[in-house]
Write a new protein. Sequence first.
Length: 64
Amino acid sequence: MAKSKVKNNESYINQVKGELKKVKWPTKKEMLKYTLSTLIFIIFFAVFFYGIDTLFALFKGWIG
């Protein structure tokens, strides 16, 4: 029984290695583009939600 577990683990590891070879890894240029896009997206929505929060606080101050 122990040998079959070892054989199954080796088979699993070999399958994982085979699948990882099929992955198309991004180039440095693509990674930089994706990183900058993500940062711009985060900054845009941070400013957007800060503005919405500020408006609600202003309205709340006017109402009482």
